[in-house]
Write a protein that binds this ligand. Structure first.
Ligand code: 6R9
Length: 649
């Protein structure tokens, strides 16, 4: 890319944290400024200080960092264990405190204290050892969001096995690919999981996937739905039978700082998913520290991150960050709209949730469902809101602020990736003046910049590439089994920096605004436009619930914009031909004529991955009249594609 990205939206609204929030915040302004300065002037000293304060070590490290671009090693010579940090170290003071609150889709509830969670993890660790699972063996976890999924993760890390969680909504093909790439020895699954009242046949998927996988020796099955499954006696074991006579005594392994912790697959621009590898101490440190800083976790808080453990957000901010901080973390098995759109708000009311962390796609779905669902519930326990996964449009941000936060809660719009392990750019809730649609500033210790293709910073208000210029402790170590792909994907595009794949700009006040993936940047009549900005403009129209904008080839403009638009009500569609014109003019007015979409297509829903990201690649194919190509295994509802084709104008 040789031009700069034209950035056209500018946000003037600002929100300061309330005095009450500031007074009680974990991180105050003076300490923040000290940390920023310390990281600048004494980089290794900065990380040393954090590692000493926040982590339990069996043995202290000898060397803070070995940086051999693009490979990093942190806290060399140190020994720790993430399961020990999440469990054992809390037992003295918090053994009766709730570690997990689990809510099943059908309303069941289990509350598990730190002592109970510790016991279960020890019991299951012993069972895994008895099966012959050794340090560095890979264990695939393919489960619904039930406590045993968290127990499995913690048991693996306790004995030094490497887990690879595969989202329970993935197909048997996707599961088989991931098992084969990681050469897993054991798969932990459940007979089934619940999704909108239906049973998802997880064990059946495992059986079918394993026809293509030769590395797996044992399958452990948690009984969840009691649907009929086939048991292969030489391979399959019930979790409850396996753990029944297991001892509760288990000493956490003293693992090297750089011991591999987990692999998590994420999609790349090519078909083959990338196995992102994280290691022990550095990941533990940054997830712990960011939980404290960004979520302002207090001992009395009940915290709810709505992500599934199949995604990195579930790893870092459902399991490891909160448990290492000794917090109470709520997990909910079901869908946000099951049995109705009030489900989340009911859970918040009943469990007096204080901190709520979710994704913009969910927020926009709630906007569409209407505020009636929210008004029925008491949300006054909430004190902090978070957003992750995509750029949050200012419109959605304001809605979240007004309707869920009741204009009282700070919103932390947290930018990060599977690859970064933890949050890198985010407001600090007791310090930062926020702006809707901006993730604000890099955290202390994170050297982020917006640059052009030569790696030079671009002027304010101009779009460019988001890069990280110095290593950080929770960075990915490599793409599992493929160092060259790691180097090529992340370190080749911009010299001397980690390139995240996202476009961004800094505004005139230095605020970072994420502009979406660079492959979502479109060149129209010589201008590079961010699809996100056009989408935000569309969503700010009162009739529009959600929009996805893609480019398609155009004789004169090079590329033109096609907008796929979901309306708030079906009735609005009756005015469709007029409305399409109105929306085009709306965008032209809000952003400028260059951003005016050539086509508007109305649709009931957008094709999304199961983690809620719009699959623009598929929309691009439809907009340009091509056959759908490439991998669709991560698509949540395949029928959306057919419907979109039927609607072609
Ligand atoms: C944590 C997670 C990473 C990609 C990332 C970016 C997008 C995440 C964002 C955001 C704008 C935010 N992203 N958070 N964009 N603002 N606050 O989502 O990891 O699934 O690996 O996705 O998500 O495009 O590059 P992952």
């Amino acid at each position: 890319m040789d031009e700069n990205i034209t950035s056209v939206l500018s946000e003037k609204r600002t929100f300061s944290p309330s005095n009450d929030f500031v007074k009680q915040a974990n991180l105050n302004k003076a300490e923040y400024e000290r940390l920023i300065l310390k990281a600048k002037t004494d980089f290794e000293g900065f990380w040393t200080e954090l590692a000493e304060k926040n982590i339990f070590w069996f043995k202290k490290w000898e060397k803070v960092l070995e940086w051999n671009e693009p490979f990093s090693k942190w806290f060399i010579g140190g020994k720790t264990n993430i399961s020990y940090n999440c469990l054992d170290r809390h037992l003295e003071k918090k053994s009766d405190k709730k570690a997990l609150i689990w809510i099943g889709e059908n309303g069941e509830k289990r509350e598990i204290t730190y002592k109970e969670l510790f016991n279960e993890v020890c019991r299951f660790s012993n069972a895994l050892l008895k099966l012959g699972v050794k340090e560095s063996d890979c264990v695939v976890i393919y489960m619904p969001l039930i406590p045993e999924a968290v127990i499995s993760m913690l048991a693996c890390t306790r004995i030094g096995a490497v887990h690879s969680v595969v989202f329970g909504g993935f197909s048997k093909e996707a599961l088989a690919d991931r098992i084969n790439d990681s050469k897993a020895k054991v798969v932990i699954t459940a007979d089934g999981g619940y999704r909108r009242g239906q049973v998802v046949p997880l064990k059946l998927n495992v059986d079918e996937a394993l026809q293509r996988c030769s590395s797996v020796e044992k399958v452990i099955i948690v009984q969840r739905t009691k649907n009929k499954i086939e048991i292969k006696p030489e391979r399959d074991l019930w979790y409850h039978e396996l753990t029944a006579d297991s001892s509760l005594e288990n000493k956490a392994k003293e693992l090297d700082s750089e011991h591999p912790l987990f692999i998590l697959y994420t999609s790349g621009t090519t078909g083959k998913p990338k196995g992102i590898l994280h290691t022990t101490a550095g990941y533990l440190l940054w997830t712990t520290v960011t939980t404290k800083w960004v979520f302002d976790i207090k001992d009395s808080d009940v915290y709810w991150c709505t992500a599934d453990i199949g995604w990195v957000t579930g790893h870092s901010y459902v399991v490891y960050g909160p448990l290492s901080s000794g917090a109470t973390s709520l997990i909910y098995e079901g869908a946000p709209n099951y049995p109705d759109w009030g489900r989340f708000w009911e859970i918040i009311q009943e469990n007096k949730i204080n901190i709520f962390y979710t994704a913009p796609t969910a927020i926009r779905a709630f906007m569409k469902a209407g505020v009636e669902w929210i008004k029925k519930y008491d949300l006054s326990s909430l004190r902090l809101l978070g957003s992750v996964g995509e750029p949050i449009n200012p419109e959605a941000w304001m809605w979240y602020h007004e309707n869920i936060g009741r204009k009282k809660c700070p919103i932390v719009d947290t930018w990060w990736q599977t690859e970064t392990g933890g949050i890198l750019i985010s407001p600090l809730p007791g310090i930062t003046v926020t702006k809707p649609g901006s993730a604000t500033f890099p955290l202390p210790g994170i050297f982020a910049e917006v640059v052009n293709q030569d790696g030079n910073p671009v002027p304010p208000e101009q779009g460019g590439f988001l890069v990280i210029k110095k290593p950080w402790t929770s960075m990915l170590r490599t793409v599992y089994g493929d160092d060259e792909r790691y180097r090529q994907t992340y370190w080749k595009r911009i010299k001397g920096a980690y390139f995240a794949g996202d476009g961004a700009k800094k505004d005139s006040d230095g605020y970072f605004c994420l502009l979406g993936r660079v492959d979502d940047v479109i060149k129209v009549s010589g201008h590079l436009l961010s699809t996100m900005e056009v989408e935000s403009s569309l969503v700010s129209h009162p009739f529009v619930a959600e929009a996805a904008v893609v480019g398609y080839p155009h004789d004169i403009k090079g590329e033109a914009l096609c907008a796929f638009v979901v309306l708030k009500t079906v009735e609005a569609l009756h005015a469709a031909p007029l409305l399409a014109e109105e929306l085009k003019n709306h965008v032209a007015k809000e952003i400028g004529p260059i951003a005016k979409p050539d086509q508007i297509r109305f649709t009931e829903s957008l094709p999304k991955t199961r983690s809620g990201k719009i699959m623009r690649r598929l929309l691009r194919d439809i907009a340009s009249g091509k056959q759908t190509t490439g991998d669709t295994t991560t698509l949540e509802d395949i029928s959306v594609i057919e419907k979109l084709r039927e609607n072609e104008l």
